[in-house]
Ligand binder design. Structure first.
Ligand code: XIL
Length: 372
């Protein structure tokens, strides 16, 4: 397939929720009834660079493997102005079994960002899902555990001080359904909320300038979880945690009810803090049986992308911290890899396997272009 053909709109793509261009003055219902299609317009090839349309940082996740792929690097540096390490700045990658640090991979990512003039976003310091052997060994020895966590945060944040503009300090602290806070090695050793407060304090100690964020997922899918998350943020702020921003991962799927993404972003913004849409992708799967043809699913996906970007653009400019998708090409998505691969056909991102723009890309571009 030529690039031109691939970039041509999906002619039969149906209008999905939240579409912008070509529909002004035409409500969603009207457009559907008239058979209007959101993507039935000629599109420029190559597509525009989103980072140039956005007045805020546009991000993607990155790995050392991708840096070495020239096609990916060309796409990423054209489209994006910020990168988040997908795995290689996490504790699992940096903290070795003997308690020493290995920054080889993290440094390569930082060097790539520097070379390409990309803003570096740090992800993540304290995450319940990562309790490497070096920490497990001192589980129960509260003083040693506290020291280890402090040393780790000082080392990691200190190393990229002056380059990483921000860090996800605490990741995914709220339970799956929002009943409360997660029980994890950090909470058991340092206290259920105290571990978060400490992590924020240590990160602040390591870098007085970096914006420090708390990040979580399903905040749009599960309103009860959002409520618990927001109460947590409120308490941490009251206790003096230097929280400078809120990350909402936004791993969603095409069955998310229209409006849910917008509501979440609006509510989360009520603290007045900057918002990072930190890991956006829109799965075609979800737990519902869906027999729609793929093109309709891609249109629905574009609608979700449009909605999230629209909600982000509704924020006052000072609250638009950054807008990050969890990858660019479908083939690089974590939803194509074990244990999330399913049947291997998910296509949650805005570029297809070959790096051609999908309707989801045009949804973002249209939202940015119409709201400039
Ligand atoms: C995922 C990465 O995409 C995978 O490559 C890795 O193996 C596990 O983590 N929430 C987060 C991200 O905060 O760090 C996760 O990234 C996806 C869910």
């Amino acid at each position: 397939m030529t690039q031109g053909a691939a970039n041509r709109p999906h002619r039969r793509a149906l209008l999905a929720a939240g579409g912008a261009l070509a529909l002004s003055g035409c409500g969603r219902g009207q457009a559907e009834a008239s058979g209007a299609t959101l993507y039935d317009v000629p599109r420029p090839d190559p597509p525009p660079a989103l980072k140039e349309l956005a007045g805020f940082p546009l991000g993607t996740c990155v790995s050392t493997g991708l840096i070495d792929d020239p096609d990916w690097a060309t796409l990423a540096t054209r489209q994006c102005s910020q990168v988040t390490a997908e795995w290689e700045m996490k504790m699992e990658s940096i903290l070795k079994d003997d308690g020493t640090f290995d920054f080889t991979r993290a440094d390569r990512i930082a060097a790539f960002a520097q070379r390409e003039d990309l803003r570096l976003f740090g992800h993540t310091l304290v995450w319940y899902a990562q309790d490497p052997p070096a920490l497990k060994r001192i589980d129960g020895d509260k003083r040693a555990f506290d020291n280890a966590v402090r040393n780790y945060i000082l080392a990691v944040v200190g190393r990229y001080r002056g380059q990483a503009v921000a860090w996800d300090v605490v990741n995914e602290a709220v339970t799956e359904h929002g009943e409360g806070l997660r029980d994890c090695i950090y909470s058991r050793n340092l206290g259920q909320e105290d571990y978060m407060l400490l992590a924020f304090q240590y990160a602040r100690e390591a870098d007085p300038q970096a914006v420090l964020l708390i990040n979580d997922y399903n905040l749009e899918v599960t309103p009860a979880k959002r409520a618990t998350f927001m109460r947590l943020v409120e308490r941490l702020l009251k206790r003096g945690a230097p929280i400078g921003g809120i990350g909402t991962q936004t791993h969603i799927d095409i069955h998310l009810p229209p409006g849910a993404g917008r509501t979440a972003i609006r509510e989360l913004a009520s603290f007045g803090l900057p918002i990072h849409v930190s890991e956006l992708d829109v799965s075609l799967r979800g737990d519902r049986m869906d027999l729609r043809p793929r093109e309709q699913k891609l249109a629905a996906q574009a609608g979700r992308y449009a909605e999230v970007m629209g909600a982000f653009l509704d924020l006052p400019p000072r609250q638009r911290f950054a807008f990050t998708t969890w990858g660019l090409r479908d083939k690089d998505s974590w939803l194509r890899r074990s244990p999330n691969a399913g049947d291997g056909t998910d296509a949650p991102l805005t570029f297809d396997d070959h790096g051609h723009a999908k309707p989801g890309f045009w949804a973002l571009a249209d939202a940015l272009q119409t709201r400039r």
